[in-house]
Design a protein around this ligand. Structure first.
Ligand SMILES: [Zn+2]
Length: 720
């Protein structure tokens, strides 16, 4: 009986296509095949096989199988699930899963082996060759050398069929990890958490846990013990550790190697294509058992994935914003479900979503207590900029400037921290401190460069920039707040002309190498003042750092971004956590125009639970995640009229659905990007609504014209 193979191609096509399977090849789901597509031949993956009954149209035949390791069924299922979740073409998700195969496979080595045939004419030279060949396949030249004969003797035996060429695949394995090596000494809190995780893993099946503990509480040791439990329980088990940034991978790789006596595979954009192919193949064959990587490692073809760790789970870098849009933390949970694996989310400042999942019992909640006798918590003070304003055109208050001078004089280090996410600053009145907010959402309005308007990033509501403050009527009092880090560096140089000052941002640090070097210089005291964006706010230990200055705590609070308050809290908690060590008390000065804001009050009191409770209450009242669901539709195109017309068509095609609200179209906050105008719709839905079904139905009812691009962002993080 002929078979029909449904083949998914790694292309932006709406679905997988049916082909006739070749009679000769034994196909399985997950196999790589070559399929005709119009005049082209394209590589794809078999996602389904069935008998060719009831086929009433001619099907084209597959051209053959490609000899790469097959995608495991669970990986195929994950690819299809991820595409459905993201409202993307399934081929786009497949392309991610096949990324490791872009480089050519290493060529197998050609070796010579004895066939067992006796030569017609035996000579002493030939006898020596056969003796040497008895040890197993060898390279021809090595065999001739071992036997002390010329290449001609070996060739003669090859021609006669006494020897034959064999192909030896290049070894793609990795050294096996040894979970029996002794782990780190755990304190009682760590031991308890590691025990719960080990029990979860031994019980088998999908389970999720939130590993929640302040910086220095030893989360890494705990999740490495969970990895040890998984590896020890099953000789084929595989473990994936996801990290938000390449800069953190070396550190974790070293810890894994120390714990298990073997280096894990590394997976991120900095890994060379041939190396990636090696990792991809070894993961698919099961010979690589631990992978440490960035978010795209989630699409690797694991054979027997038993544990996924998402370290720094709150980090926004897990959200992939271009191309195939996904959040690696959320997809990690989904993949663990499909694999029947355990997933551990670790953070010092967990996301509201994860805390909510833990509170409602979906995740086990493992809280680690802080270590004893270590760093004292820094002294945190809010600097009210209304009472203690910087000089005109400057950003450092006299209080912070004085503290920096004292710190420098004492031979200690300062970190100036500025969360410069997004491009547009907050607008406020210098006379009365009034922040410009949107009437319907209370989101801060941000100034737009292209349109000279103040725009709410959440709903798109906008107004021309007024000449007078709407609150106190002062004229020309509205200013945009928020310098860039380079501008701050200038001010620090002016303040401390002798000090060594460095900027840590994505402009000055472009890769893991650069980040490591800057961190090393800071750690070894070669820098007096570091001016940093969020890049420096995590994972590093600077023993001589005693002052953290948060230059503009307000910038993140209501930037029109749903998670702005949460992100600000996380970044500030981590940045202030940097200051001070056992023998040097640290302090943190937080500049703000809104010291009464609950986020800043919670931070000053170092009361995370109070912050989360306040934030959760606001989100629940507004039906926002995790209490509701959000999606953004970004529509872009080069021609304003065509774009307007399509947006009207899209607005008219909104499906009727209970529990769903659609806002827009509005100018997207970044209204013009690379010559393309952008409009945005925002969808809010109740939790019980099938948001993906709503979105795909909507999109199907108004297909964009050729020049217009429609992008769906489920659970948006960036509101730009
Ligand atoms: Zn005012």
């Amino acid at each position: 009986m002929a078979l029909v193979a449904k083949v998914l191609l790694p292309l932006p096509l709406p679905e997988a296509f049916d082909y006739l399977a070749p009679e000769t090849a034994e196909l399985c789901v997950g196999d790589h095949v070559v399929a005709p597509l119009g005049p082209r031949r394209v590589r794809g993956v078999v996602v389904e096989l069935r008998e060719a009954v009831g086929i009433n149209r001619p099907l084209r035949q597959l051209e053959g199988r490609v000899d790469d390791p097959a995608l495991p069924r669970a990986t195929v299922a994950f690819v299809e699930w991820a595409a459905r979740y993201a409202c993307e073409a399934p081929g786009e998700a497949l392309a991610l899963a096949l990324r490791g195969l872009r480089a050519a496979p290493p060529k197998p080595e050609r070796l010579v082996a004895a066939t067992g045939t006796t030569p017609a004419r035996m000579t002493p030279a030939r006898a020596r060759v056969l003796e040497a060949a008895a040890g197993g396949p060898m390279r021809a030249a090595a065999l001739a050398q071992a036997a002390g004969v010329s290449a001609g003797v070996v060739k003669g035996l090859l021609d006669e069929g006494v020897l034959a060429w064999v192909e030896q695949p290049v070894e793609t394995g990795f050294d096996p990890p040894d979970p029996a090596l002794p782990g780190a000494a755990l304190n009682p809190s760590q031991k308890a958490a590691a025990g719960v995780l080990a029990d979860m893993i031994l019980a088998g099946g999908f389970q999720a846990a939130l590993l929640d503990g302040v910086t220095g509480s030893g989360k890494t040791e705990v999740y490495l013990e969970a990895a040890a439990a998984a590896l020890a329980a099953d000789a084929e088990a595989q473990v994936l550790i996801l990290l938000p940034e390449i800069a953190l991978t070396q550190q974790v790789i070293a810890r894994v190697e120390a714990r298990f006596g073997a280096a894990p595979a590394e997976w991120h954009s900095g890994v060379s294509p041939p190396r990636r192919r090696r990792v991809w193949e070894a993961v698919a064959k099961g010979s690589c058992r631990i992978v440490v990587g960035a978010r795209s490692a989630l699409f690797l073809p694991f054979r027997k994935l038993r544990l996924i760790v998402v370290d720094e789970e709150h980090d926004g870098s897990f959200k992939q914003e271009d191309g195939f849009i996904y959040h690696a933390r959320d997809l990690a949970v989904a993949r663990a479900k499909l694999e029947g694996a355990a997933v551990v989310l670790a953070s010092a400042t967990p996301s509201l979503e994860s805390v909510w999942n833990a509170e409602t019992g979906r995740y086990r909640w493992l809280r680690l207590s802080a270590r004893h006798g270590e760093a004292r918590l820094p002294d945190i003070r809010l600097v009210d900029l209304r009472e203690n304003p910087p000089e005109r055109g400057r950003w450092l208050s006299p209080t912070l400037a004085r503290a920096m001078a004292e710190t420098y004089a004492a031979g200690e280090q300062s970190l100036l921290f500025l969360n410069r996410r997004g491009y547009a600053p907050l607008v406020l009145c210098q006379a009365c401190g009034e922040r410009m907010t949107a009437p319907d959402t209370q989101s801060w309005l941000v100034e737009h460069r292209y349109t000279n308007r103040l725009v709410c990033h959440l709903t798109g509501w906008s107004m021309p920039k007024p000449e007078r403050c709407p609150h106190c009527s002062a004229k020309d009092s509205l200013v945009s707040i928020g310098p860039g880090v380079e501008r701050l560096e200038e001010e620090a140089r002016h303040l401390l002309p002798e000090a060594r000052i460095a900027v840590f941002s994505s402009d000055t640090v472009q890769d893991a190498e650069g980040a490591r070097e800057l961190v090393r210089r800071m750690a070894e005291g070669e820098i007096d003042v570091m001016v940093a964006t969020q890049a420096a706010a995590k994972g590093h230990n600077f023993p001589r750092l005693t002052l953290v200055g948060v230059v503009d705590a307000d910038l993140g609070l209501r930037g029109g971004d749903l998670r702005a308050a949460e992100r600000t809290y996380q970044l500030l908690a981590q940045a202030t956590g940097r200051a001070g060590r056992a023998d040097r008390p640290g302090r943190a000065l937080i500049q703000t125009y809104a010291p009464e804001h609950p986020v800043l009050q919670a931070l000053k009191d170092q009361d995370r639970d109070a912050f989360l409770a306040a934030e959760a209450e606001q989100r629940e009242a507004a039906g926002l995640p995790p209490y509701g669901r959000l999606a953004a539709l970004i529509v872009s195109g080069p021609d304003a009229d065509v774009l307007e017309a399509y947006c009207r068509a899209l607005a008219a095609a909104v499906p009727n659905a209970d529990g769903v609200e659609v806002y827009g179209p509005a100018d997207a906050p970044l209204a013009l990007v690379r010559g393309r105008r952008r409009k945005r719709f925002l969808v809010r839905a109740d939790r019980n609504v099938d948001l993906q079904a709503f979105l795909t139905t909507w999109r199907a009812r108004a297909r964009p014209p050729g020049s217009v691009r429609l992008t769906i962002d489920v659970d948006p993080y960036s509101f730009l």
